[in-house]
Design a protein around this ligand. Structure first.
Ligand code: BDR
Ligand code: CA
Length: 360
């Protein structure tokens, strides 16, 4: 879709987000809503950080917070392909959004299945749609069963998932999104492996070795609050005393949401990762999918271990070409986390100001 700006025609990217909302997924949703170059076609939900129905409730509520009740939200598959679903209340809180409580959305989910909608949207605009998955790959695996030509129909595909050079965050071998549904990840990677490379662009895969470079800290939230119009003393209190909603922050719904959700996430990372802040995996992937200059990737063949041993759900990347299999993913090896964090602060600060009716 194109839109007339003040003096230029802006091409917008038709985007589908597949999410298991989740604190960092909620940041990714807000980032997409705050990005003028995005035409958000639909958000599809899957079980992961929380149950799929809760992820869908969270998604509707976060979009409503951002004033985006026009974006269709669809429920996907509620269980992984083979394993029983595991969720991560310890990381994201009992309902997925940390300490934040949002009013229940005023609209229902769209009828239909997430996987079917992904296929329909890709068929309707062949070669145009950008799909970004931020949770387990269950919905995409089902979509590929329904439409094996999906890789050729999509304009591009980017995913948060895996650990291609280092250790996992769920087991020593496995990253969370792949751990929840390794069979789906294996099927998705195999679908691209089966293609002639000239047929479809390879997925852009961002694993923990790059997403963990994006560390959001209280100072970033304070900067964001300043941009949203919070007085300097409130922004300073946020950076100094942590993310208790203070002063004007409590009155700005987007800022209050961010402070309450992130406080939980920051406490989790303080317990397990040694810093009061958080890795913001999911919005980093959305940003990189929209702006290729944020990352550098290398093509490589990747398979997923689905057996039950210690390497269960490991993403095994053939960096030396030992299997002689052609590459099926473009794995990100370098990423400009500082520039991304600046953009995240700027865009979410602008969105918070807009939603609070602050003139910038
Ligand atoms: C991934 O797992 C989830 O906890 C996050 O939302 C992110 O998508 C990081 O491993
Ligand atoms: Ca996620």
């Amino acid at each position: 879709m194109t839109e007339l700006g003040s003096d230029a025609v802006v091409e917008r990217v038709p985007l589908i987000l597949d999410v298991d909302t989740g604190i960092d997924d909620s940041l990714a949703l807000l980032y997409a809503c705050a990005s003028p170059e995005v035409d958000l076609l639909a958000v599809t939900c899957v079980g992961g950080n929380t149950h799929a129905r809760q992820a869908a409730r969270n998604t509707l509520a976060v979009l409503e917070l951002a004033g985006r009740t026009d974006v269709p939200v669809l429920l996907g598959r509620e269980e992984p392909l083979v394993k029983p679903l595991e969720t991560s209340a310890e990381t994201h809180g009992p309902e997925g959004l940390g300490y934040a409580t949002l009013p229940e959305a005023t609209r229902p989910l769209e009828p239909g299945h997430a996987s079917e909608r992904i296929v329909e949207l890709a068929r309707a605009r062949p070669g145009e749609v950008l799909l970004v998955t931020l949770g387990p790959l269950t919905n995409l695996a089902v979509a590929l069963e329904r439409e094996p030509n999906l890789p050729q129909l999509l304009g591009a595909y980017a995913l948060m998932g895996g650990a291609y050079r280092g250790s996992g965050n769920t087991t020593p071998a496995a990253e969370w999104n792949v751990y929840v549904d390794p069979d789906a990840a294996r099927a998705v990677f195999a679908a691209w492996a089966a293609l002639d490379t000239s047929d479809a662009p390879r997925p852009l895969a961002m694993g923990l070795e790059v997403t963990e470079r994006a560390r959001l800290l209280p100072g970033h939230v304070a900067a964001l609050a300043r941009l949203a119009g919070a007085p300097p003393e409130d922004a300073a209190a946020l950076a100094r005393d942590g993310l208790q909603a203070v002063g004007s922050v409590a009155a700005d719904p987007v800022l209050r949401f961010l402070a309450d959700a992130l406080r939980f996430y920051f406490e989790f990372h303080a317990r397990y990762d040694g810093f009061y802040g958080a890795f913001v995996h999911d919005p980093f992937v959305v940003a990189a999918a929209l702006d290729a200059s944020l990352v550098r990737s290398n093509p490589v063949f990747v398979d997923v271990e689905t057996g039950s041993g210690p390497a269960h759900a490991m993403t095994v990347a053939d960096w030396r070409g030992l299997t002689r299999r052609p590459p099926n993913l473009d794995v990100v090896v370098e990423a400009n986390a500082d520039r991304f964090l600046e953009e995240l602060v700027e865009r979410l600060g602008g969105l918070a100001a807009l939603c609070a009716g602050v003139a910038l």
